[in-house]
Design a protein around this ligand. Structure first.
Ligand code: ADP
Ligand code: MG
Length: 671
C-alpha cells in the first residue's frame, strides 16, 4: 500500500469513485484512512418485530417490497418497504433517501436502528440507519457512521473500509514520541472499534497528533524567525522620558511595561514578533507611538497599518500632533491621499519617518529607504498575504520588527498552540478614571419611551452618541432600519440637534469630514454602519446604541461598545433587538461583562477559532479531531514537541510530518 499515493490505488476504488472522493477532499490513501466516522450506531440488543414498542429500536431482518414515490409536496420523495424477521413484519419509511433502493439485497440480513412511531396512521420504523449484518462486528454491535460524500454514502465507506481491513498494518508511524504502531492502532480502532471507549481513546490519540503538528509548526516558525536578521534600534532613555513627560496623561503601568518589552526586543538583531493585546480603550496607540518614536530617533522608518481609512486618518492626526514637535516626520497614505507620487518619493528617500495608512501602503510601488518597524493595528483583520507583502519591503537582508496590536485577545489555548511563536504584551489595565460601560438589552419598541430620554440627557451634558445600523439603504424585503432612514427619523424626533450619517460607501473625503466634525463635537449623534467599529476614538461620546444587535458577533459588539467609555464620564451601551426572540447568549454575556478577555473565551467556545481570527479564515484551522479546549492534550503535545526538536535528525527522518505541517505554518506566523 502506498500511504501517500493516489486514493485510486486502493482496493475497491475505481476511477469513477476516486473522482468523487477527490471532489470531497479525499485525494490520497492517507486521506481515505483519515476520513473518520462521525458517530457510531450500536446494534446490540435487537428486538424481535413482534415485541416492538414505540421509541428508539434496533431490529434485525430482511427487507423487501422497496419502492420510491414522490409526495404531493414538492421536493419530497418517500421510500417505503417491509422488514421481516421470524416473528413478523413492519413497515419502514425514509424521506428523501431514494438511494436506499440500491442499498439492500432481498436475501441478505441487516440491522436497522431508528424510531418506531406513528406515521400517517400506521406504526412504522422511520428513517432508520441500516447496516449489513455481515459487515458488523457482532461481538460489539457497533457500526461506524460516515458523513455521506455526495453519491458515496455511509455504507459505501463502511464497505470500502472493510476491503482494506488487512492494510492497517502497513500504516507508517507519524511521530517518534509515541509507541511504535500507535497511529496504526488508533486508526484501526476508530474505524473498527470494539467498544465506544476504545473508539474514544483512538480519537484522543489522533487529536494529540493533530495538536503536535500545530505546535510543531508554530515552534518552527519561531526558529525560522530567529534566523532572520533585523536592524538594531538603540534605546535612548532620556529622549523617551522627555516624550512621555510631554503627554497629557500619565502612562499606565501596563503601557510602560509593554513599551519596555518592545524596546528590549528591538535592541536585538533578531526581528521582534510581538503581539500587543489590550482590551478596547486600554491605550495601545500610545504604546505604538513610543515604539515609533524610538525607531525614528535611530533614523529609521516605521509603517503603521490600520484596517480602515477612518482609523488611519485618526492615528495620523493623533500621532502627528504628539510626535512632530519632537522632529518626527509623519505622513498619511491612503487611497484618498493627494500627491501620492511625491509622497512616495519622500518615503523612498527616507525623509518620512512614520508612514500611516491602510493597505494602500502595500501597493508594490511604495518603497522604503530603511523600514525597521511595522505596526499593524487590529492585525486579525489583515490576511496573511498582505502581511507578507509588507515584510518584503524592508531593506535587503533585514527583516523589520513587527508589532501587531489587537483588542481581540487570544485565549490561552490558542496561545499555546497556534500562536506559540509570538511574544505577547498585555495591557491589562485601563487608564485611570475610566468607568465601566453600563450595557442593557432593549427591544426596539421600547426605544421611544426608554431610550429617547437617555439621548436627551446625554446631549444635555454636552456629550455625544453613536447609533449603529446594519444597512446603508432601505431594503423592502427586510425590516432593518437603514442608516439613512434612521438618520431622517432622529432628525425629526430631535429637531435642532446636529445628526449625520456615515457609511463605508461614502467618498473618503466625505467620511473624513464627518468624522472630523464628530471628533470636534459639532455632530452630536452619528448614525453609522460598523465602519466605526475598530479603533475610532472620540472620548466625548458616551452613548452607544446598536440596532439589530443580534446580527453581530460577540467580538464585534464588544469592539463597537468600546467606542464609548474612553473618557472619565459614565458611558452607556444599548443593544436593541427586534424582541421577537429572547436575547441570545452573546447579548446576555455582553450585558454581564465588559472584560474582553472573558468574552473572547466565550466567543471561542461559541464559534470556534476559525471564525474569529481572520488569518485562520482559509480553513487551515478546521481541526479534524482536536478541540482547542483540551488543555491536557495540548500540554502533552507541547512537551513532546520539545523533545522532538532536541534531535535535529528528526526533521529529516519524519518527512510526512514535516510536509504535513506546512499548512499550519502559514497560519501560525506573522511573517
Ligand atoms: P485602544 O487600545 O482601544 O486602541 P486607544 O489607544 O485608542 O485605545 O486609547 C483610548 C483613549 O485613551 C485615547 O483617547 C487615548 O488618548 C487615551 N489614553 C491612552 N493612554 C492613556 C493613559 N495612560 N491615561 C489616560 N488616557 C489614555
Ligand atoms: Mg486602537
Amino acid at each position: 500500500m502506498n500511504w501517500l499515493g493516489d486514493v485510486e490505488t486502493l482496493k475497491g476504488v475505481g476511477p469513477k469513485r476516486a473522482e468523487l472522493l477527490r471532489k470531497h477532499g479525499i485525494r490520497t490513501v492517507r486521506d481515505f484512512f483519515y476520513n473518520l466516522p462521525r458517530d457510531y450506531e450500536s446494534y446490540q440488543a435487537a428486538t424481535s418485530i413482534a415485541e416492538l414498542r414505540p421509541g428508539k429500536v434496533v431490529i434485525k431482518g430482511k427487507i423487501d417490497s422497496l419502492s420510491t414515490r414522490r409526495a404531493q409536496r414538492r421536493n419530497l420523495s418517500i421510500t417505503e418497504g417491509v422488514i421481516r424477521d421470524d416473528t413478523g413484519a413492519v413497515r419502514v419509511i425514509w424521506f428523501n433517501q431514494s438511494y436506499r433502493i440500491k442499498q439492500f439485497s432481498p436475501e441478505k440480513e441487516y440491522y436497522f436502528t431508528g424510531n418506531y412511531e406513528l406515521k400517517n396512521g400506521r406504526y412504522s420504523l422511520v428513517s432508520p440507519s441500516a447496516a449489513e449484518i455481515a459487515e458488523i462486528d457482532t461481538s460489539t454491535g457497533l457500526s461506524p457512521v460516515y458523513v455521506a460524500h455526495g453519491a458515496i454514502k455511509s455504507y459505501d465507506f463502511r464497505r470500502l473500509m472493510s476491503n482494506v481491513r488487512d492494510k492497517f498494518a502497513e500504516i507508517p508511524d507519524l511521530l517518534p514520541t509515541v509507541r511504535t504502531g500507535a497511529r496504526r492502532d488508533a486508526l484501526f480502532y476508530v474505524h473498527f472499534p470494539n467498544s465506544l471507549e476504545t473508539a474514544k481513546n483512538a480519537r484522543d490519540y489522533l487529536a494529540y497528533e493533530e495538536l503536535f503538528e500545530l505546535i510543531l509548526a508554530s515552534k518552527l516558525n519561531r526558529q525560522e524567525n530567529e534566523k532572520l536578521r533585523a536592524m538594531r534600534i538603540p534605546f535612548s532613555a532620556p529622549k523617551i522620558r522627555e516624550f512621555v513627560a510631554s503627554l497629557p496623561f500619565k502612562l499606565t503601568g501596563a503601557q510602560r511595561l509593554a513599551a519596555w518589552e518592545i524596546f528590549q526586543n528591538m535592541e536585538k538583531d533578531t526581528p521582534m514578533n510581538r503581539l500587543l493585546q489590550g482590551d478596547v480603550g486600554s491605550g495601545k496607540t500610545m504604546v505604538a507611538a513610543l515604539a515609533a518614536y524610538g525607531v525614528a530617533l535611530s533614523g529609521n522608518q516605521v509603517a503603521l497599518l490600520a484596517p480602515t481609512a477612518i482609523l488611519a486618518t485618526q492615528h495620523y492626526e493623533n500621532l502627528r500632533e504628539k510626535l512632530e514637535k519632537f522632529g518626527v516626520k509623519v505622513a498619511l497614505l491612503t487611497g484618498a491621499t493627494k500627491g501620492k507620487a511625491e509622497l512616495k518619493k519622500e518615503i523612498a528617500s527616507g525623509k518620512i519617518n512614520l508612514v500611516i495608512g491602510t493597505h494602500a501602503i502595500l501597493t508594490d510601488d511604495t518603497n522604503f529607504a530603511n523600514l525597521a518597524l511595522v505596526i499593524i493595528d487590529e492585525q486579525h483583520r489583515f490576511g496573511v498575504g498582505q502581511r507578507q507583502k509588507l515584510l518584503l519591503k524592508s531593506p535587503e537582508g533585514l527583516a523589520p520588527h513587527l508589532l501587531a496590536m489587537t483588542a481581540t485577545p487570544i485565549p490561552r489555548s490558542l496561545q499555546l498552540t497556534v500562536f506559540g511563536d509570538l511574544d505577547v504584551s498585555v495591557l491589562n489595565e485601563l487608564p485611570k478614571g475610566r468607568q465601566p460601560i453600563k450595557t442593557s438589552i432593549m427591544t426596539e419598541v421600547e426605544t421611544r419611551e426608554c431610550l429617547y430620554p437617555k439621548i436627551r440627557e446625554t446631549l444635555a451634558m454636552g456629550q455625544q452618541a453613536y447609533w449603529i445600523c446594519k444597512a446603508i439603504d432601505d431594503d423592502p424585503r427586510t425590516e432593518t432600519t437603514s442608516v439613512k432612514s434612521r438618520c431622517e427619523k432622529l432628525k425629526r424626533d430631535f429637531p435642532g440637534v446636529e445628526i449625520e450619517f456615515l457609511h463605508g460607501r461614502m467618498k473618503a473625503i466625505e467620511k473624513d469630514m464627518i468624522m472630523e466634525r464628530f471628533a470636534r463635537g459639532e455632530i452630536k449623534i452619528l448614525v453609522s454602519t460598523t465602519v466605526v467599529e475598530v479603533g475610532v476614538d472620540v472620548p466625548n461620546s458616551t452613548l452607544m446604541i446598536i440596532e439589530n444587535a443580534e446580527s453581530y458577533g460577540l467580538a464585534q459588539l464588544h469592539q463597537l461598545r468600546g467606542r464609548v467609555g474612553r473618557g472619565s464620564a459614565a458611558s452607556f451601551c444599548y443593544l436593541l433587538t427586534s424582541g421577537d426572540l429572547s436575547p441570545s447568549r452573546r447579548l446576555r454575556e455582553l450585558e454581564k461583562s465588559s472584560d474582553g478577555f472573558y468574552l473572547a473565551e466565550v466567543d471561542l467556545k461559541l464559534r470556534g477559532p476559525g471564525e474569529i481570527y481572520g488569518a485562520l479564515q482559509h480553513g487551515a484551522l478546521d481541526l479534524r479531531i482536536a478541540t482547542l479546549s483540551d488543555t491536557r492534550l495540548i500540554h502533552r503535545a507541547q512537551a513532546d514537541v520539545k523533545k522532538f526538536l532536541q534531535d535535529s535528525e528528526n526533521m529529516v527522518k519524519y518527512k510526512e510530518l514535516m510536509t504535513g505541517i506546512t499548512k499550519y505554518q502559514q497560519i501560525t506566523t506573522l511573517n
